[in-house]
Write a protein that binds this ligand. Structure first.
Ligand code: RB5
Length: 152
């Protein structure tokens, strides 16, 4: 069973609570780093840095991040070595991000519409395994880029 580290800014707070219910129903262990209410603005880079550091250092295997659009969280999280954060608006994007990209952070928009039910997107992301094969070769190339640029 996967343990999920989850976080959002104020723009993603409400949807984060919905995602937590979905994970709870799946009996998945959740570690919520906040924010814990949606009234007071918090800066998405702080939350993304917190979760991306955990993933990058191998302290957690999978994370979920939410902000208004999902874009800010994606930009920040993908600056961390070994983090592959995927902004997914649909079930198919969620499936591909796991099967082809071995995404370790699912990013969701709190304020923009999804193409599929939130539950379907989250469950698909959690239930899809990395296909390896040619996709592993491509992930290794990403790691090489990180090494070449001295990011790891
Ligand atoms: C916050 O207003 C908003 O900018 C943030 O949630 C996010 O959408 C940034 O990308």
């Amino acid at each position: 069973m996967k343990k999920i580290i989850i976080g959002s800014d104020h723009g993603g707070f409400e949807k984060k609570e919905e995602v937590k219910k979905i994970l709870g129903n799946m009996h998945i262990e959740i570690f919520d780093v906040g924010t814990f209410e949606g009234e007071n603005p918090v800066d998405y880079p702080d939350i993304a840095q917190n979760i991306a550091t955990e993933i990058s250092q191998g302290k957690s295997s999978y994370g979920i991040l939410l902000c208004g659009s999902g874009i800010g969280m994606s930009i920040v999280a993908n600056k961390f070595p070994s983090v592959r954060a995927a902004l997914c608006y649909s079930k198919e994007a969620a499936r591909l991000s796991r099967a082809h990209n071995d995404a370790n952070i699912l990013v969701l928009p709190g304020r923009l519409p999804l193409e599929d039910e939130l539950e379907d997107i989250v469950k698909t992301w959690l239930d899809t395994d990395f296909e390896e094969g040619r996709h592993l070769r491509r992930i290794k190339k990403i790691k090489n880029i990180e090494k070449e640029r001295d990011l790891s």
